[in-house]
Design a protein around this ligand. Sequence first.
Ligand code: SF4
Ligand code: SF4
Length: 250
Amino acid sequence: MESNDKKLQPINREEKFSFACHPGVPCFTECCRNLTLMLTPYDLLKLRKQLNMTSSDFIDKYTRLEFQNPSGFPVLFLEMKKNSEKTCPFLTADGCSVYEARPSACRIYPVARATKFHAVHGTLSEAFYLIREDHCRGFEQHRNWTVSEWLKDQELEEYLKRNDEWTEIIMHPSLKSGLSNQQRQFAYTLSYNLDTLKKIVLSGRLSTIFELSESYLTNLAKDDFELLNFGFQWLKFAFLGKTDLKLKRI
Ligand code: SF4
Ligand code: SF4
């Protein structure tokens, strides 16, 4: 999430900060407008499930596509409304209409988490910051949290796990030289457009490429969360050369 007058204050995982956000704060929903809000594949999946939409319909209605530098990896952003305040499409007078499935950027705020993967070992390191913005009055509320407590309260564990897996792919040094148009399309389908990936599963083509059991393939066709997991495995196989997937022996 981005806004003006922002200061980032480094904070440790077990360090406390004072914050609360609820309909009683004077700035309620002020932060839900004019945002550059990236949607991770897991964010998009959770949102469209909540709204009972296909991936194509959700993408068409709510997102815009950009390409990450320098790899050209496709990344979707939530498109703000075209009104004067550029409000989030999910903002209502009562607050967030998709609260249960709000994106990870909305959950973690006012904390920011930066991640880095070791170029050789792939080990993850993380750093946290408090985002202090003039309009946010949540810091005046007398409720204390450590960063760990905040992440747990906002039910971020699964989001961070899935997002880290994807971040490792899109930020990998092997992609620095840039993706071809065909690779971009492949990355887009496996990250975001699970309708298309499901069609590939149902076509039976996957079992001509990889060693996959019938029960696993049946599950992929039924469970979009498992499908996303498979999409990440395939991306790692294609771009990072590492995965549990095994090619079919001919
Ligand atoms: S998704 Fe919800 S919490 Fe996030 S910006 Fe939109 S209205 Fe606000
Ligand atoms: S307290 Fe901060 S996060 Fe909560 S509504 Fe106000 S501006 Fe948004």
